[in-house]
Design a binder for this molecule. Structure first.
Ligand code: NOJ
Length: 567
């Protein structure tokens, strides 16, 4: 192993995003600086040392803009301000500076597919009436049927029900609106889709990018990057014809979206250092996904096929290969993630039968028998697998504490619009959004840095969170937190990790083994992940650097365990 030269490493350069470890901050639940039960910028600033000690290169902060929170802040009312519940722009700037002092870059979240119904433009559109320039910024249409009482097409909201809402005859503002038009909302009824054919929409989002880049933000995660552009005429989705995402679907993964991202890339590149983008695009075909990553488009995109892979060697391996192959073809790194604020936390997915990993939300797996100990063992192994792969990795807050999904939040406390829109049949995503435990034995498990004043955290924390509090985890050498710290430190120090290539090695059935070589030719690293149900031997002469769990008494790698080896 040759010495690692930090000055030459991508993290020290404009290309840092090629091999970064990025930590996702769901700000509402990260840390509460004022005792009101909701996380905020003050709380995040107080906890930056936790992130520096963890060893991450960057944070991505979920939307912190003014919002009625109909969809947890993905309903943005003003893109160039901060929700007073989280802080203000001055605090945002202080946070960015303090993160940078610690070598941590800051990514925000831009939501370009839709606005909140409280956005000034939508209010103007409601007041202005059919055919007005104000309504052109959204997708208003007359209904079908004799009285226009049927939705304009058959599109469905991603949260359930039709994707169209008819305006009531009288607005809440008392205005008369007997025009009875409908507006499109691919998500919640309070999230009207904007019209990406409209030059003002394009210009306004570009102004938002510049607003935050000028304040030192290093990049953006792009929300639903694959649904912004719609087919002109908004035709019905025809089952069996365009249910695949192959460019022919009327609103998913349309080719027109790439022009938007070329323009965004030019803006990002006009800054020094260049600003970067990561796409949230649930595009199942890895070749289609890689199109977002052509050299003049976005930098990275989550490989969600890895997140939803079954806990089976062949499934994991084929998704890893596909992402690396397709992304390499356009010169882009792969981006790995196991958990985020939209999916059931990975220990809980993996606590079920191996195929349960293919579901991504709690409702997919809730009824399957679960073994929490097994889930955590697999989760630790999955993390070592992910962090050994070439490319960028995203961690979701709390996974470094081994936090479980909270599967039994009382239904009267559920906040995710999924619960209402599914007619109280789907619990939705709140189980992974429960406020973090920082200090065991403190009120609210230390979620608040000051004496709490509110009735409790905005989502209730279960008692089991005490075991996962950051102080308890820090004190236990075998904890998940110490595994993450060790893995990130090794990943930073080992010249073969981060960027570079992966070569599969022969290994027993049901296991994965690969070596890694950096772009500069540094090797000396092997990962072995035992996804089978029986222990396997270590390769001869292997020197163990890190294991996700204890080896057997005979020095073998047990089932559901990963090891990093010096080779
Ligand atoms: C994806 C976000 O991650 C999710 O939380 C949100 O509900 C939808 N996009 C709509 O913005």
């Amino acid at each position: 192993m040759t010495a690692h030269d930090p000055a030459r490493s991508p993290e020290a350069t404009a290309e840092w995003w090629r091999n970064a470890v990025v930590y996702q901050v769901y700000i509402r639940s990260f840390a509460d600086g004022n005792g009101d039960g909701t996380g905020d910028i003050a709380g995040l600033r107080n906890r930056l040392d936790h992130l520096a000690r963890l060893g991450v290169d960057a944070i991505w902060i979920n939307p912190w803009y003014p919002s009625p929170l109909a969809d947890g802040g993905y309903d943005v009312a003003d893109y160039r301000a901060v929700n007073p519940m989280f802080g203000d722009t001055a605090q945002a700037e202080a946070l960015i500076a303090e993160a940078h002092e610690r070598g941590i870059r800051v990514l925000l979240d831009i939501v370009p597919n839709h606005h909140s119904d409280e956005h000034a433009w939508f209010r103007e559109a409601l007041a202005a009436g059919p055919g007005s320039p104000e309504r052109e910024r959204y997708l208003f249409r007359d209904g079908r049927g004799p009285d226009g009482a049927e939705p304009p097409n058959n599109w469905r909201s991603m949260f359930g029900g039709p994707a169209w809402e008819r305006l009531p005859e009288h607005g809440t503002d008392g205005a008369d609106r007997t025009d009875g038009q409908w507006y499109l909302h691919l998500f919640d009824v309070r999230q009207p889709d904007v019209n990406w054919e409209h030059p003002e929409v394009r210009a306004d989002f570009e102004e938002t990018l510049r607003f935050w880049f000028d304040r030192g933000v290093d990049g953006f995660r792009v929300d639903v990057a694959n649904a912004m552009v719609k087919e002109p005429g908004l035709p019905d989705v025809v089952e069996g014809v365009n249910d695949a995402q192959d460019g022919g679907h009327p609103y998913l993964d349309r080719d027109g979206v790439h022009e938007v991202f070329r323009s965004w890339r030019r803006i990002g590149d006009s800054y020094d250092p260049p600003r970067v983008f990561v796409a949230e695009a649930w595009v199942p075909d890895p070749e289609r996904l890689a199109r977002y990553l052509r050299p003049d488009e976005l930098h990275t995109a989550f490989s969600f096929n890895f997140l939803t892979a079954a806990w089976l060697a062949e499934d994991l391996r084929s998704h890893i290969d596909d992402a690396i192959t397709e992304n390499s073809a356009v010169g882009a790194p792969a981006t790995w993630v196991l958990s985020n604020h939209d999916v059931c936390r990975h220990p809980n997915r993996l606590s079920r039968k191996p195929e349960a990993g293919r579901g991504w939300n709690l409702d997919d797996v809730l009824d399957l028998p679960a073994d929490p100990g097994l889930g955590l063992r697999r989760a630790r192994a999955a993390t070592l697998l992910m962090l050994a792969l070439p490319g960028t990795a995203y961690l979701y807050q709390g996974e470094e504490l081994g936090l479980p999904e909270v599967e039994d939040i009382p239904v009267d406390r559920l906040d995710d619009p999924t619960w209402e829109l599914s007619g109280h049949t789907l619990r939705g995503r709140d189980g992974c959004r429960v406020p973090l435990p920082w200090v065991a034995g403190e009120p609210w498990h230390g979620f608040s840095d000051v004496r709490p004043t509110g009735p409790g955290p905005w989502l209730p924390q279960p008692d089991v969170f005490a075991r996962h509090a950051a102080d308890v985890q820090a004190a236990d050498p075998d904890s998940v937190l110490n595994l993450y710290r060790d893995a990130l430190a090794l990943r930073r120090a080992h010249p073969a990790l981060g960027g570079g290539t992966l070569s599969w090695q022969p290994s027993p059935e049901g296991t994965l083994a690969f070596t890694r070589v950096s772009d500069d030719g540094d090797g000396g690293f092997t990962a072995l992940v035992n996804v089978s149900s029986a222990p396997v031997s270590l390769p001869e002469d292997a020197e163990v650097m890190l294991t996700s769990g204890p080896l057997t008494a005979r020095g073998e790698v047990p089932a559901d365990t990963a090891v990093w080896l010096r080779s």
